[in-house]
Ligand binder design. Structure first.
Ligand code: PLP
Length: 404
């Protein structure tokens, strides 16, 4: 069940983050959203049994088709992203899977980035071909390479910007225009790193936006979730098939936690960006750091694109050290006092993790030597992925100085 479109468009972002999708409960006058855990709902009239029969019915019937707390989160997300509608899932990967498998089938061709989020990269490489979906891996920072990869049966172009973990960007507007001109029906953007505070891909011509709500939008590292946003008609169809049949729905409890997190997204993203810029500058000046990739630094190879496409540079960066990465990583595990050496990102607490080139290779597509050469040229030999939280950046800098 998708949220009511449009009602909050006149509000400023901070106001939408707090109020969109929320309302005073008419029965209790509760000011905060209700957590409704019920999986079934007693309709006021006899409805059909299959989700298809319920298409004309406006109320809730069964939790896998739609449920009230999740619907409130969907309405808030749609307002923040400037989308007609949103659909939530149990994780970011569940959202990606639902979108790809809900839209593509045997004989369709999908273009994915040659380095992107590991779970989706492995889904594309290891699973989709078993179901007859053809997959090509291209450097999406290179428009010519994308153009050359488009085939008559290309149905979806998958973008991720900035990409996890390389921090490479792609030009959403240029690629969406190219894809649509060449007859590609769907342009989907994984905007987890950017968040709606930085970039609104739908306004740049994309058809779908995907978020891992586990990251910045939930923001506190205590609830997994995912979302697909786009046009109402597309998402209604996706709800009917991907949600109802694949079944990867979001728990109302997680929706309730993520609703609370999303309310502070605008102010958190400002704090993430402010702290990250300070930390990035510290790293860039540090003698044992050889390279920092942060879109907010003039040294980022695509800084111009970042300034054009991102209103907030977020808290994500990667860096490389002169000493071997695994040695520094071992020190981090032992000696960091504030920053957690742990995977995931976008939480209020800072997180750092070492990602070696063989690990990236194992999970993406760098089997051909030319791709590997270009990757090493871009990112050297492994990266530390740092998610700068909302702690005081001076404390984070002191913590990093301890291990560098
Ligand atoms: C984490 C992440 C995902 C997957 O989200 P989960 O909630 O962990 O399933 C997808 N894309 C990006 C860019 C991510 O960082």
């Amino acid at each position: 069940m998708t949220g009511k479109p449009g009602s909050n468009r006149g509000w400023h972002t901070e106001t939408m983050a707090v109020h969109a999708g929320e309302f005073v409960d008419p029965a209790t006058r509760a000011s905060s959203p209700n957590l409704v855990m019920s999986v079934t709902f007693a309709p006021e009239a006899v409805t059909g049994f299959s989700a298809r029969d319920e298409q004309g019915y406006d109320g809730f019937v069964y939790g896998r088709v739609g449920s009230p707390t999740v619907a409130q989160l969907e309405a808030k997300l749609a307002a923040l992203e400037g989308a007609d509608a949103a659909l939530c899932f149990g994780s970011g990967v569940a959202a990606a899977h639902a979108l790809i498998c809900g839209r593509l089938g045997r004989g369709d061709h999908l273009i994915v980035p040659d380095a992107n989020y590991v779970g989706i990269a492995e889904l594309a490489r290891d699973t989709l071909p078993r179901f007859g979906i053809e997959v090509s891996y291209v450097d999406i920072a290179n428009t010519g390479e994308v153009a050359a990869a488009i085939r008559p049966n290309t149905r979806m172009l998958w973008l991720e910007t900035p990409a996890n973990p390389t921090m490479k960007l792609c030009d959403i507007a240029a690629l969406a225009r190219l894809a649509h001109e060449r007859g590609v029906r769907d342009v989907a953007v994984d905007s987890t790193y950017a968040t709606p505070m930085a970039t609104q891909p739908l306004a740049l011509g994309a058809d779908f936006v995907v978020h891992s709500l586990t990251k910045y939008i939930g923001g506190h590292g205590d609830a997994m979730g995912g979302a697909v946003l786009g046009r109402k008609a597309d998402l209604d169809a996706l709800n009917l098939e991907a949600t109802v049949h694949f079944g990867g729905v979001l728990s109302p409890f997680n929706a309730w936690l993520i609703l609370r997190g999303a309310a502070t997204l605008p102010i958190r993203m400002r704090a993430h960006e402010e702290a990250a810029l300070k930390v990035a500058r510290f790293l860039e000046d540090h003698p044992s750091v050889s390279r920092v990739f942060y879109p907010g630094l003039a040294s980022h190879p695509q800084h111009e694109l970042a300034r054009r496409q991102m209103r907030n540079f977020s808290g994500m960066m990667t860096f490389q050290t002169r000493q071997p990465g695994p040695e520094i990583a071992a020190k981090m595990v032992k000696d960091l006092e504030i920053i957690h050496y742990a995977v995931s990102l976008g939480h209020h607490r800072s997180l750092v993790y070492w990602i070696g080139t063989p690990d990236i290779q194992a999970s993406t597509f760098r089997h051909d030597p030319e791709q590997l050469r270009r990757y090493r040229e871009y990112a050297g030999d492994g990266v530390f992925r740092l998610s700068v939280g909302i702690e005081n950046p001076d404390d984070l800098i002191a913590d990093l100085a301890r291990v560098l």
